[in-house]
Design a protein around this ligand. Structure first.
Ligand code: NAP
Length: 255
């Protein structure tokens, strides 16, 4: 029996009250993990956790706004008191900055006219929030026999794809907020992976594809369940699994 399957694994998913995060929470619970549903709205977090329990999963809500250090610390304290450790961290919470508009179609993200406050807000959630949550949870992850961190990124993070004049992103509007925030998340993924690989903590980024959620006003083509699969795969890597990688359902994504 593998090391991972000998104890009850505990996973925290940020932004798990809806969308991809909620789908990931459901699939991790279906694998038998205890899932901590991070949500900035306690009521909606509790609703999502209750929905997972209804289908037989073990889920608990925790109030967690990734931009609010007090809730981040309190969430870590609650996970420690209740479970004593963390095995999986899914940094899923994210915003486009443009409301319910597909990020790459958002006119307000065009670099030459972007509102710097919007860029700051996007980085606060998509980049600085990941650092805040990861660092608060790392002491708990270090107590796991097989810790895994998955950062939910985007194909828009890929400098290779977005700089290709013949590539799939040429038809889309340039973005000074969402896409660069996810590129920064790629950089963070590699830096954390490099620091933590000697401790057996695997850190990877995922591009879930274009997914039907509120973030793009439900114009996405993939279901939340389809998108969650690659996230779950990276959350359950074996000891010889990848780290410092960037993956979609189809395989590695170029940086
Ligand atoms: P979504 O349905 O809008 O869900 C986003 C989740 O993040 C919600 O639970 C939201 O909470 C939460 N969130 C936002 N700001 C937060 C904060 N400060 N603290 C805690 N939680 C916060 O969007 P989604 O499409 O599922 O997006 C999930 C992740 O996938 C994001 O990182 C996104 O960039 C990424 N992604 C999505 C797509 C796509 O096609 N949908 C493609 C590539 C990448 P509230 O309900 O309180 O707002």
């Amino acid at each position: 029996m593998s090391e991972q399957s000998t104890h009850q694994r505990v996973a925290l998913v940020t932004g798990a009250n809806k969308g991809i995060g909620r789908g990931v929470a459901g699939q991790l619970a279906a694998l038998g993990m205890t899932v901590v549903v991070g949500a900035r709205d306690p009521l909606r977090g509790e609703e999502a956790a209750a929905a997972v329990r209804t289908v037989g999963g073990d889920a608990h809500a925790v109030t967690l706004d990734v931009t609010d250090q007090a809730t981040v610390q309190e969430a870590a304290k609650q996970v420690e008191e209740r479970f004593g450790r963390l095995d999986v961290l899914i940094n899923n919470a994210g915003i486009t900055g443009s409301g319910q508009v597909s990020p790459e179609d958002a006119h307000d993200q065009v670099p030459s006219s972007v509102d710097l406050d919007m860029v700051r807000a996007v980085f606060e959630t998509n980049v600085f929030g990941v650092i805040a949550v990861t660092n608060a949870m790392l002491p708990l992850l270090r107590r796991s026999p097989a810790p895994r961190i998955v950062n939910v990124s985007s194909h828009a993070a890929s400098l290779t794809l977005t700089s290709d004049p013949d590539g799939p992103f040429t038809a889309l509007l340039p973005s000074a907020a969402y896409a660069p925030s996810k590129t920064a998340l790629s950089a963070l993924t590699v830096q954390y992976a490099n620091e933590l690989r000697k401790h057996g903590i695997l850190v990877n980024a995922v591009a879930p594809g274009f997914v039907d959620t509120d973030s793009n006003n439900h114009t996405g083509l993939l279901t939340v369940a389809q998108a969650a699969e690659v996230v779950v795969r990276l959350a359950t890597l074996g000891a010889d699994g990848a780290t410092a990688g960037f993956f979609s359902e189809e395989g590695p994504v170029p940086w």
